[in-house]
Ligand binder design. Structure first.
Ligand SMILES: [Mg+2]
Length: 235
C-alpha cells in the first residue's frame, strides 16, 4: 500500500455511525409517536423499517423513485404495513425522523483520529452516496471533514451512485490519480468493494471479510489501516 497516492473514504458507517443514528432515531420516533404506529412494537417498527428502507433505497438507486419518493415513501410504506389508519402522518414522521437522525450523528470509534493522522501524509477525499442536503448537513456538523479532505464527492451531485464506475472515474479526475495508486476505504461490499475493484483501485474494506480480489484488504481496527498507510522513507 505504500504506492498509494490518494485515499478516498466512504462516509456512512465508515467514518460516521449511520446505523447507530438510524436505530436511535427510529427508537425515539416510535417512543414519541407511538400512537401513529397502532399496536406495533419497537422491534416490529425496526424490522419493518429495515426491510422497507432497503427496498426503497434500491428503487431510488435504480432511478425508479425520486428523492422525495424515497424520503417520504418509506414512511408511507411503513404505516401502510403497520397501521394504515395512521397513513396521513407519513410526512410528519419522515421529517421528524430526519431531525432525530441528525441529532444522533457521531464518529465511528477510532475513525476521527485515524483520518486525522492519515491525512497528514497522504491526500484524502470523501466519496459518499446519499441525499445531498443530508450529507452537507453532516459536513456542517463535522467541519473537520471538509478541512481534511481535498475533494468531496456526493453521488447525487454527480448523478450516479456507487458502485457505478462513472463515480469512481469522476473521483480520479478530481484527485489526478488512477488505478492502484488510489485506495478506497469503505464498509459496503456492494457499493464500496465492488465499485473500487471495478475501477481498478485498491480497497480497504472496513469490517469486511476475506475477498477473492488481491486488491481488497479487510480491516476492523483503524490502527491497522494507519499501519498499512504509514509512509516509507524513500531515497
Ligand atoms: Mg458506508
Amino acid at each position: 500500500m505504500n504506492d498509494i497516492r490518494y485515499v478516498w473514504f466512504d462516509l456512512d458507517d465508515t467514518l460516521l455511525d449511520h446505523r447507530g443514528a438510524e436505530s436511535r432515531a427510529l427508537t425515539a420516533l416510535a417512543t414519541h409517536h407511538a400512537h401513529f404506529f397502532g399496536d406495533a412494537s419497537q422491534s416490529d417498527i425496526h424490522d419493518a423499517y429495515a426491510r422497507i428502507n432497503g427496498r426503497v433505497w434500491s428503487e431510488y438507486a435504480a432511478g425508479r423513485r425520486d428523492k422525495d419518493g424515497a424520503k417520504y415513501g418509506r414512511f408511507e410504506l411503513l404505516l401502510r404495513d403497520l397501521n394504515p389508519a395512521g397513513l396521513d402522518n407519513a410526512i410528519l414522521l419522515a421529517d421528524e425522523y430526519l431531525r432525530l437522525y441528525a441529532s444522533y450523528w457521531r464518529w465511528v470509534d477510532g475513525a476521527r483520529n485515524a483520518l486525522t493522522r492519515i491525512a497528514k501524509h497522504v491526500p484524502v477525499g470523501l466519496m459518499t452516496n446519499g441525499f445531498t442536503e443530508i450529507q452537507h448537513a453532516k459536513l456542517r456538523q463535522f467541519p473537520e471533514l471538509s478541512r481534511m479532505c481535498s475533494h468531496i464527492v456526493i453521488s447525487e451531485e454527480v448523478g450516479v451512485l456507487k458502485p457505478d464506475i462513472r463515480l469512481f472515474r469522476h473521483a480520479e479526475g478530481l484527485c489526478g490519480h488512477a488505478g492502484d495508486q488510489v485506495l478506497y476505504v469503505g464498509d459496503s461490499l456492494s457499493s464500496d468493494v465492488t465499485g473500487g475493484v471495478g475501477a481498478g483501485w485498491q480497497v480497504a474494506w472496513y469490517g469486511g471479510e476475506e475477498h477473492d480480489s488481491a486488491r481488497v484488504w479487510s480491516f476492523h481496527d483503524w490502527a491497522d489501516l494507519e499501519q498499512r498507510l504509514r509512509p516509507v522513507n524513500r531515497p
